[in-house]
Write a protein that binds this ligand. Structure first.
Ligand SMILES: Cc1cc2nc3c(=O)[nH]c(=O)nc-3n(C[C@H](O)[C@H](O)[C@H](O)COP(=O)(O)OP(=O)(O)OC[C@H]3O[C@@H](n4cnc5c(N)ncnc54)[C@H](O)[C@@H]3O)c2cc1C
Length: 500
């Protein structure tokens, strides 16, 4: 029998046997390789290194004698230790697929189709075939139809595909938190203690990490992942839809599921999360707007960005820079020096990354992504930054989210317009502007909001191209009406790359 080689993001039962959660018959031997060279390639957030190592070691402990757990410098070294025929589920990055292809030229390796998503790569290829533009909404509706999730025949339940009008509310006025119970936090065990000791030792030996080494906050075992799902469905799903886009300084999880880490580690199949959420709606426990909002994120967005990673090809990240963004990341940003930043939105966002390697979608997109877009940070550097710092980041999820959505570096292949916004958006959707040194409606002067001024400087930089763009022509017209345009440009030129 072939031994199943699993990668560190293929840790759930659906990566053994066949894809069903109960497809593992317990007979197959498993190979899991802990490659330490990975941690020398870039300066990872310490919390991320901890989560990955802890997850792999917990999985090996669960599998017991069935698992050969090999701690070595490189994958090739690990493979050399275990002879015999292997099978492997197609891994999740171009680099890992190249490695597998190379190894399978030298020994007997059966490569199985990718798993861990709602749709297969063939499903996507069939859907994409012959389409001139690939719109997420069209993909999402096709997947709803093919799976029957939240459908009545060929129509969406309640007759609506989209609940944006009910969702995307600003936070409740004056609230410091959403007032929800604390999420369930994992309890660290001996395996975590071993990981901490190893990371301390590696640091002493010269491996560099960034970020705080606080308590582990995300699920690394299947049991923890199922507990997080249950907790989310019970306590936060009801308000997930309405407050999906809102942010508060004092409430970092808001109504979010915190499931991206276990889902991307392969511990939880996205379909299990979707089915549990739909069941809660079916029972009348949560509003349809929230259930649909979650299903859209997982079945729509997560699957879509996964497929785009392969569809756009291996050079997408390195070759996309339509907006000619070449500014290197300033040190304060690269090093997560939140305390050097006076703009409260950016300071909050960077502090969250430093503390836990995570923020929710709108902070990634509309604060950190928006700022990087406005300032013309190099897309490759920004992608590298997200990859190293985020606990849920893997190459497949970076491409479309960072290069396509946040930075619009691909000339609109992913998103029809740049997600650029001024301080007014942040003021509406968050409490970040409260007690900030700047005012969102000031473009120039002492209290000029760097996000607002940066927005106009960005539109100015691309004025000629945007004037011909159907969805950007309006901001260009707004720019031509600014009475303080010259003053604003001088001010932003002087700001340069310094911390705002
Ligand atoms: C610039 C940028 C960088 C991002 N980097 C990552 C990343 O490294 N890893 C990652 O998993 N997600 C990433 N996302 C998507 C999204 O921000 C995170 O999935 C989400 O914040 C994770 O928190 P959560 O599990 O509480 O999500 P929830 O808000 O509870 O959403 C539920 C689930 O939907 C999925 N999802 C939602 N939106 C997306 C999306 N755009 N792409 C992929 N999955 C999505 C995730 O699996 C998530 O767990 C990024 C988005 C942007 C704009």
């Amino acid at each position: 029998m072939r031994q199943r080689w699993i990668f560190g993001d293929q840790l759930g039962p659906h990566f053994l046997g066949d894809e069903r959660p109960d497809g593992d018959d317990g007979a197959e031997r498993v190979l899991l390789i802990e490659s330490q060279a990975v941690f020398r390639r870039r300066r990872y957030h310490r919390a991320k290194a901890h989560l990955i190592l802890s997850a792999m070691r917990h999985r090996a402990a669960e599998l017991g004698d069935r698992c050969d757990y090999v701690s070595v410098e490189t994958f090739r070294e690990g493979l050399a230790r275990i002879p015999g025929p292997l099978s492997v589920v197609a891994p999740t990055s171009w680099a890992a697929r190249d490695l597998v292809a190379d190894i399978s030229r030298q020994r007997d390796v059966a490569v199985l189709p990718a798993r861990g998503f709602v749709t297969s790569q063939e499903d996507f290829a069939t859907w994409a075939d012959g389409r001139r533009t690939l719109r997420q909404e069209d993909f999402y509706r096709a997947v709803r139809r093919s799976t029957g999730v939240l459908m009545e025949g060929d129509e969406p339940v309640d007759g609506r595909w989209n609940f944006d009008a009910d969702n995307r509310l600003p936070p409740p006025k004056g609230a410091l938190t959403l007032g929800l119970p604390e999420p369930v936090w994992p309890v660290e065990d001996d395996i975590d203690a071993g990981v901490r000791a190893d990371l301390d030792r590696w640091e002493r030996e010269g491996v560099e990490f960034i970020g705080d080494a606080g308590p582990r906050l995300f699920a690394v075992t299947r049991a923890e992942a199922l507990a997080v799902l249950e907790d989310f469905v019970t306590h936060r799903l009801p308000t997930f839809g309405p407050y999906e886009d809102a942010a508060l300084v004092g409430d970092w999880p808001m109504s979010h599921s915190l499931l991206s880490v276990p889902m991307n580690l392969g511990l939880l199949h996205p379909r299990e999360a979707i089915d549990r959420v739909v069941e809660a709606w079916d029972r009348g426990d949560v509003p349809l707007a929230s259930a649909e909002g979650f299903v859209r994120q997982v079945m729509g967005w997560r699957d879509f960005v996964w497929h785009l990673y392969w569809h756009f090809g291996p050079d997408y990240v390195t070759d996309s820079n339509t907006l000619q963004a070449h500014v290197p990341l300033p040190d304060w940003f690269r090093d997560l020096r939140a305390d050097d930043v006076r703009a409260r939105c950016l300071a909050t966002a960077l502090a969250e990354v430093r503390e836990r390697g995570w923020n929710h979608h709108i902070i990634r997109l509309m604060v950190l992504g928006n700022w990087s877009l406005q300032r013309g940070y190099d897309p490759r550097e920004v992608t590298e930054w997200f990859t190293a710092n985020y606990v849920d980041a893997y190459p497949w999820v970076m491409a479309a989210n960072v290069v396509g959505m946040a930075l619009h570096a691909d000339g609109g292949r992913m998103a029809t317009k740049p997600y650029a916004a001024g301080g007014a958006y942040i003021h509406r959707m968050t409490d970040f502007c409260r007690d900030c040194a700047y005012r969102p409606d000031h473009r120039v002067g002492e209290r000029a909001c760097p996000i607002t001024a940066g927005y106009w400087a960005f539109i100015h930089r691309h004025e000629a191209a945007f004037a011909r763009h159907p969805r950007m022509a309006q901001p260009v017209r707004g720019l031509t009406r600014l009475s303080d345009r010259e003053q604003l440009l001088v001010q932003e030129e002087a700001r340069g790359s310094s911390a705002p």
